[in-house]
Design a protein. Structure first.
Length: 254
């Protein structure tokens, strides 16, 4: 898709702009049709896929005709050339989207800029199984990017600055082991060894109670390195992997 004058967004409410002026994308169901085409990224979406996305198992007799009406209205609003008919399906052929920008920024490792693209909950205001599934998928992607950005912050020596943010995220996602590892490391590098050990203890207990499993090797190994005050865990801003200076770790609680 290429038309810098036409821009779309799904990382928040589904919206469209032409030349900086917002275009009315219509009713929630019509915007859902647009969202499906945007997520497809220029690939053809079959009529049946669109019908399933909009109505699921509650497809009315008039669904095919209504879908064609939605496509016609979107073409009228966005430009007749923007949505192409291909066989029994449709494809978005023009414009740029925040999803495409997200892909490019993530590919370049520009995680902070990628995260700034979100303008609230993805596909906000849209209902149905498709919308919920895509919302969950994009929420997971955002969380993964957030973990990468926080990892970069910790490795860059900003461990003390991100402890509060990591604490909040761990409370929201209590069995997400990567977040727990980042919080453990940030606390340890901030001289808070006992608290770092406490994070692992809480994680181990919760995993056992909720899922009936033990922590995976990553947090378990980090825990062992923390309780032995492994000097390799300590960071110096701007340095890559290798020997580190010793942290100012407190003695663990017994």
């Amino acid at each position: 898709m290429s038309d810098p004058e036409l821009r779309f967004s799904v990382l928040g409410p589904v919206r469209a702009w032409r030349g900086g002026v917002e275009v009315d994308a219509g009713s929630p169901q019509q915007r859902l049709v647009l969202a499906v085409l945007l997520v497809a990224g220029g690939r053809v979406v079959s009529q049946d896929q669109l019908l399933d996305a909009v109505w699921g198992e509650s497809r009315p007799r008039s669904a095919v005709g209504t879908l064609r009406t939605y496509v016609s209205r979107l073409r009228a609003a966005l430009g007749a050339e923007v949505i192409a008919s291909t066989g029994s399906g449709y494809a978005l052929t023009a414009g740029t989207s925040d999803l495409a920008e997200l892909d490019e920024l993530a590919r370049q490792g520009r995680h902070r800029e990628a995260l700034a693209l979100w303008q609230g909950e993805s596909l906000a205001g849209l209902d149905g199984g498709y919308a919920h599934a895509q919302r969950a998928r994009l929420a997971e992607r955002r969380l993964t990017l957030l973990e990468r950005r926080l990892s970069e912050d910790v490795e860059a020596g900003r461990h003390a600055e991100v402890v509060t943010e990591l604490t909040t995220l761990c409370a929201e996602h209590p069995v997400r082991e990567r977040l727990a590892c980042l919080l453990m490391l940030a606390l340890y590098r901030s001289g808070r060894q006992a608290e770092a050990i406490g994070v692992f203890t809480d994680l181990r207990k919760l995993l056992a109670e909720e899922l009936g499993v033990d922590p995976s090797p990553e947090p378990a190994e980090l825990y062992q390195r923390i309780i032995t005050a492994d000097p390799g865990l300590c960071a110096e801003p701007g340095r890559g992997p290798g020997p580190r200076r010793r942290c100012r770790a407190s003695s663990p609680r017994t």
